[in-house]
Design a protein around this ligand. Structure first.
Ligand SMILES: Cc1cc2nc3c(=O)[nH]c(=O)nc-3n(C[C@H](O)[C@H](O)[C@H](O)COP(=O)(O)OP(=O)(O)OC[C@H]3O[C@@H](n4cnc5c(N)ncnc54)[C@H](O)[C@@H]3O)c2cc1C
Length: 378
């Protein structure tokens, strides 16, 4: 017996689809409602740490993920200027344990496609172009869900995995919202020069951080992290010009990145945000997970990993228990809140040290400490 038999999920990001896979595999009827009309085909790349890879294995998706991504170990730090000298080669903690690579780069659309296929294969029903607009959590026994203004059925549980600007979070009265951290990021998806075999970061020069991460034999994503400013309205040509200009100080593989930008690679801009819902993530039969519950700058690339862990822990409890009771919620929060809090606080701190120009801070020690924590399964 599972604690739930019929579950609605808002959002088909990594957190929503991971929850859908686990519940559907356990025989639960799962309806995923996704506001977007279809799975996005465009997008940049993502770094997935070992603890995220361990979750993919639990979902049964690891073989497909491994085949579609680029596994790597360690991190190079380079300096701006001629030759882009490597000034440090840092080892990684294997946060997923010895059975998984320390990290893997993936094209985001590939990750989305693989998780969707696994969710559908497990039996989850995924509806695109379906935005959850309202809910009614009656007497703590069930939740009625409204999609695009129309009743969409009654469920034992609604999982709000609907991202940063979560509607579900707002509908259950949680006031916490993402705030800008003061940093903005330019990203582009380009071809991978053969010499790029792991993430490389450049400190110094005109931006806070310049870097790139391999995502496949022929692909990688590159990024420039700068002071947040209002860049949202800029044209595609202006976006390319900014990335070209701000990256001129960086030599080495950045020459190939600039060549791809000049040949038409798209530049995308967004701000980093931070938030953590410190109160319980559920209200009766409604719970939020993933970016709906927490966000942070990707300074240690743990955002998606935390959303995946939320989904894994929640569904493990729902499948192993036979009631949705206070004990289940207490156990869920005890396993998830301190861990997500540690990641958010460390990620924000690392970004703040950059903003403050604090070169004496022990960034390496903080990153190592968090990695050690993540190496213990959630
Ligand atoms: C610049 C940047 C770089 C990052 N890099 C990394 C990285 O390298 N590694 C890493 O681990 N993390 C990284 N992250 C964080 C990571 O991208 C997120 O933590 C993760 O994608 C969140 O997944 P999610 O499933 O919680 O939410 P989302 O992926 O945002 O999915 C939410 C979904 O819900 C849908 N939705 C919204 N409202 C509704 C509604 N009312 N009804 C139905 N559907 C709805 C949306 O359309 C969306 O598809 C980065 C974040 C940023 C901003």
């Amino acid at each position: 017996m599972t604690a739930v038999r019929k579950v609605a999920i808002a959002g088909s990001g990594v957190a929503g689809l991971a929850a859908a896979i686990q519940l559907a595999k356990a025989g639960v009827q799962v309806d995923v409602f996704e506001a977007k009309p279809e799975l996005g085909a465009l997008g940049s790349g993502i770094s997935l740490q070992g603890n995220a890879l361990r979750v993919f294995d639990a979902l049964g998706a690891w073989d497909d993920i491994r085949a579609a991504g680029f596994a790597f170990e360690g991190l190079n730090v380079r300096a701006p200027g001629p030759g882009a000298p490597v000034v440090a080669a840092l080892p990684d903690v294997k946060t997923g344990g010895p059975d998984y690579p320390a990290a893997m780069g993936m094209p985001r659309p590939e990750l989305a496609r693989i998780l969707l296929e696994h969710a559908q294969k497990a039996g989850a029903n995924v509806r695109f172009g379906a935005r959850i607009t309202d809910l009614d959590a009656r007497a703590n026994e069930a939740v009625a869900v409204t999609v695009d203004g129309e009743p969409a059925g009654e469920y034992d549980l609604l999982i709000g995995a609907d991202g940063l600007n979560s509607t579900v979070r707002e509908l259950i009265g949680i006031q916490t919202k993402p705030e800008p951290t003061g940093m903005g990021i330019w990203r582009t998806f380009v071809s991978r020069p053969a010499e790029v075999e792991r993430s490389e970061l450049y400190y110094g020069g005109p931006v806070y951080i310049a870097g790139y991460t391999p995502t496949g034999e022929d692909s990688m994503y590159a990024f420039l992290v700068e002071k947040a400013q209002d860049r949202f309205g800029v044209s595609d040509e202006e976006a390319t010009r900014i990335m070209l200009e701000e990256s001129r100080a960086y030599d080495g593989p950045w020459n190939a990145i600039r060549a791809d930008l000049e040949a038409g690679a798209h530049a995308n801009y967004t701000w980093f945000t931070k938030h953590l819902v410190e109160e319980p993530w559920n209200r009766g039969r409604v719970v939020i997970i993933g970016d709906a519950a927490h966000s942070c700058p990707p300074t240690i690339a743990q955002g998606a990993a935390q959303g995946l862990e939320d989904a894994l822990v929640l569904t493990e409890l729902l499948v192993q228990r036979d009631a949705v009771d206070q004990q289940l919620w207490d156990d869920f929060h005890a396993r998830r809140l301190p861990r997500a809090k540690a990641v958010v606080e460390a990620s924000v701190q690392l970004g703040q040290w950059q903003i403050d120009g604090n070169r004496d801070a022990d960034a390496g020690g903080l990153i190592f400490g968090i990695a050690q924590q993540m190496a213990v399964p959630a």
